[in-house]
Design a protein around this ligand. Sequence first.
Ligand code: HEM
Length: 509
Amino acid sequence: MFVLYIITLDWFWTVLLFTLTFYLTYSFSKDQEKRQLMPPGPKPWPVIGNLPHIVGQDLHIALLKLSKNFGKMFWLKLAGEEVLVVNNMDAAVACFVRQGKIFSGRPKKSKSVDVMLGDGLDIVMNDLSPELKFHRKIVHSFLASQTNSGKDRLERILLREADSFQETLRNLHQNKTCFDPKFHVARVVANVLSQCILNHRFDDVDEEFHEQLRIVQDIVDNIESFNIVDIFPWLEHLPIPSWRRYLKSLEKKDRWIFNVIQKHRESPAESGHKDLVDLMLEHQKAAIEKNDTKQTNLLKDTNIGHIVHELFGGGIESTTMSILWFILYLIRHPEWQDKIYEEIQTNLHHGTDTKNDLPSAFDRGSFPILEATIKETLRNACVLPIGFPHRNTQETELNGYYIPADSMVIMNIWAIHHDEEEWEDPYSFKPERFLDPDRRTRFSYLPFGIGHRVCLGSAIAKMSIFLFCACLVSKYKFTVPDGEGLPDPTPNAGLSNRPKPFSIKLIER
Ligand code: HEM
């Protein structure tokens, strides 16, 4: 009764209206005040924000075009997210190195990621936290041990796969077959990673291998492109085909990886042969024995499974694509095939390892032309053109701008690799850029990211790319099948830049 009485009074409505108007005007002007302090950017539309500024284009290209008008650091509103885009090397250093602790979170998890992780933790999607540091440290020290002190194991794996790749090339050449190199490259890349990390080898391009690739692809596609369920989570209860397929892939992946863990637990490897799963299980056992619940939780099987599979899956795609880009560019620029071949002939016996008639992946420094050609491939093709999005975990000031907390932060690696102020003729393939011995200035170049979230697999990726590219160039000239045009250098872009399918013909040296 009392409430009814109050709201019949005119003065009540007047005060309410006044307070509301005051509150809205105050928050709007506060917002505007803050907006003035934020980096510039194109004016967002109501509701859809800046979607019209990027839709229908490859994201990294659209962002590069916008940077021409709005500068090296600009602001967007996308699907309800506030987004800071970083477009040059100085801004990337300011953000991810000088304020690395603030800018190394990950955006809030989509439904796809939530379902994939369940109650577990991984590395790629986790925020910068003590848990992430703990997991990164284990993986980093394992991979570093493989490429340094314990290098015998990785060397054996690399040589075996180089042998296998050479045999495949020999057979294809003897049968005069022109072929799409994608699966042959993916198999040896996957075999290096999976033997190193989880002691598994795919014998051939067989059904198991294809199934694992399909699973990885399905997971990557869902996370990259947002399933409809990510936008309307209540749809998860309906029979949406793409969502069901995704759940099935997750189920298969979990089954496969838990089998792997179980096998490792039943028969641990001898010292000198231990892989990442062995190492994590050892840490797990030690934590249980010490009664250390915190570490035991961080090392539960679900977490080991997520971390190991993400290294395996994420590493195959990016490394394979890099090798395919190398082949594609060298078909278009055969003079670099000859230069690398001559370098291998001249320097091979100065290297530390001449087994297999191949340069050793542990002696890349003795092959500067091959190294420069790989660097130029990674620069120009830019397989992960916008890396993985970051989030700043608190509000901050960056280069004089106000950056509100919890903004998504995109590092436009493509723009950094094609910055006209830093690179002459940035869209041309010119390995000689990386061969200037007197160069003192820093390159505008970060194919593996920078700062706290820098790629964990860069060393093993560089070794695999080096070795398999050397396998090809040291024995063959490669070109397109008779009558076909040169392969198209424009990528099939998504969140990763993939070359369009192409075939090659081998000519023995
Ligand atoms: C040429 C091949 C590769 C390229 C170009 C590449 C590039 C990148 C980039 C740009 C990032 C994002 C950095 C950021 O968030 O700021 C990244 C992260 C990562 N990469 Fe790679 N990568 C490659 C190969 C690999 C391999 C072989 C592995 C596994 C052995 C791997 C494991 C990871 C992991 C675990 C992360 C996430 C790190 C984190 O979130 O803390 N990558 N990579």
